[in-house]
Design a protein around this ligand. Structure first.
Ligand code: HAM
Length: 418
């Protein structure tokens, strides 16, 4: 035999072990419930798409497209780094705008970005993603943020909501000129990244994390102060809608998202409980994007995505423990070959009747089997010995300490006991 090599998971790719899956399921179930209350429908999308889809929607000059995508260069396909582009591709491809004037869709699944892994930042991570397509009404923006806030609230996760407006193709170019002038004036005190960014995407300078850049940026002109009349009115109405729904928020005039497709409303739900990875969820409006991907003319859209790893970390911190183990209905502890054979068939019948049943086939002692029953969180143990078997009976023992009783070894009758 050759040398044994222990292969480990790739850096930034994480196994979700059975004891963690309970929390993941809890999160997914709660998300589905809340999204459906807001009449969102689930859509399931492929993981692999044409590279061009992401380059065109997220933007060629973004970190994601420039350096984080997992691309099969020869095949010109990419593992999706986010869900919005794929969801819009499907919306357009299947003419979903014809089905309903306003589509509310959500999807849940893995995304892939070649980032430097750290707590709450992985290379394969999962998102809950929601998109509302076909309306530019500010109430839609407010409702969407209210939905995200409701989910976080029902998960008992404390965050604060920061919002901003990035304007539209009418007002942003004028602002960009002003910003460029400002950057020109303080270029020497900016980091190398920002000096490079200022050429391709000056807005990104506003959210640089380097302390010296942050200090400079404090003085920079902000987009919210340079919105055109329509964008200013839209933003005011979004804020009014949030107030009407009692959703606390604050304006972060320097919030710039890392994806190029946004216009008008952008938002982030941030937490102080996850170290550097403060954004639990984020999103915004992208009114020109659907049309630019070949969709209906002027069709607007808005959406957000939440990082599930981050939500699970916060749920763990909140609970300080794992989700409650759901346990099983029955553990069959059979002693002797004949009893094991009977228990084997009985267990299968009970599972067919919808009960969860475990059993040990290794011929262990009764004591050891009862230990296993406890560990499995069984509500009952059914003890079958060869003697009882002759009479077609067993002992049903409630695991909570109540007295055991004799029962018939009949699946239908047994199923009524638990
Ligand atoms: P994003 O800001 O790139 O936006 O990601 C949204 C959320 O996904 C983040 O706030 C974070 O919670 C989570 N996330 C992102 N990258 C990672 C990572 N490497 N590891 C763990 N979690 C991560 C988008 O993806 C947009 N598509 C959101 C959107 C939908 N905008 C409109 N519709």
């Amino acid at each position: 035999m050759g040398t044994i090599v222990k292969i480990q998971a790739l850096k930034g790719f994480k196994d979700i072990l059975p004891q963690e899956v309970a929390l993941w399921r809890q999160l997914e179930e709660k998300a589905r419930q809340v999204f459906e209350r807001f009449t969102c429908e689930e859509i399931r999308l492929p993981i692999l798409e044409e590279t061009e889809l992401f380059a065109r929607s997220i933007g060629e000059a973004t970190d994601i497209v420039e350096k984080e995508m997992y691309t099969f260069v020869d095949k010109k396909v990419t593992m999706r780094p986010e869900a919005t582009a794929s969801l819009l591709r499907a919306y357009i491809e299947h003419g979903l705008h014809v089905v309903k004037p306003v589509q509310r869709l959500f999807t849940i699944g893995p995304m892939f970005r070649h980032e430097r892994p750290q707590k709450g930042r992985l290379r394969q991570f999962h998102q809950l993603d929601v998109e509302v397509l076909g309306s530019q009404h500010p109430r839609v923006d407010a409702e969407l943020m209210a939905m995200a806030a409701t989910l976080l609230d029902e998960l008992s996760i404390a965050t604060s909501l920061e919002i901003n407006s990035l304007g539209c193709p009418a007002c942003r170019p004028l602002y960009r000129e002003k910003l460029l002038l400002f950057i020109e004036g303080c270029k020497d005190s900016l980091c190398a990244d920002c000096r490079r960014r200022s050429v391709v995407n000056p807005l990104r300078v506003l959210d640089c994390k380097v302390a010296s850049c942050r200090a400079q940026v404090e003085e920079a002109p902000s987009l919210v102060e340079h919105l055109c009349a329509e964008c200013a009115e839209h933003f005011a109405q979004v804020r009014g809608g949030l107030e009407q729904l009692g959703i606390a928020h604050k304006v972060n005039k320097f919030m710039v998202r890392g994806l190029d497709y946004y216009c008008r409303t952008t938002f982030e739900f941030v937490t102080g409980d996850l170290g550097a990875q403060a954004a639990v969820g984020a999103g915004g409006r992208y009114d020109g994007l659907i049309e630019s991907l070949g969709g209906p003319k002027g069709c607007p859209g808005i959406g957000f995505a939440m990082g599930m790893e981050r939500l699970v970390l916060l749920m763990q911190q909140r609970q300080g423990e794992k989700a409650a183990d759901p346990g099983i209905d029955l553990f069959i502890a059979a002693m002797g070959e004949m009893a094991v054979a009977r228990g084997f068939a009985l267990g299968h019948e009970l599972r067919r009747l919808g009960r969860s049943v475990a059993m040990d086939y290794e011929g262990r002692s009764l004591k050891s089997q009862m230990k296993q029953a406890n560990k499995a969180g069984a509500r009952y143990a059914l003890i079958i010995g060869d003697d009882e078997l002759a009479a077609g009976r067993g002992q049903l023992r409630p695991m909570d300490g109540e007295e055991q009783r004799t029962v018939e070894l009949d699946a239908a009758a047994l199923a009524t006991c638990f």
